[in-house]
Design a protein around this ligand. Structure first.
Ligand SMILES: [Zn+2]
Length: 72
């Protein structure tokens, strides 16, 4: 059993806990935290979301080009 930092409020939370007792923030897989040595930061989550949006935008652009070429 180890203590990890809550990503939301920064308080020490047991790695066995499913969520932070202070703010209720779900403790993302304790195994992942143990593997990397650091808790998952919100920055990484935001970056992943941003990358997904970029991919979606690129897909919409391609779809528009195809429509223009095929449909006029
Ligand atoms: Zn918390």
């Amino acid at each position: 059993m180890a203590l990890i930092k809550c990503g939301e409020c920064g308080s020490d939370v047991s790695s066995n806990a499913a969520s932070c007792p202070k703010c209720g923030n779900p403790i993302a897989s304790a195994a992942q935290v143990r593997a990397t040595g650091t808790p998952i930061t919100t920055t990484q989550t935001t970056a992943k979301k941003f990358k997904g949006q970029q991919l979606a935008a690129a897909g919409v652009c391609c779809f528009g080009v195809v429509l223009m070429v095929s449909g006029g």
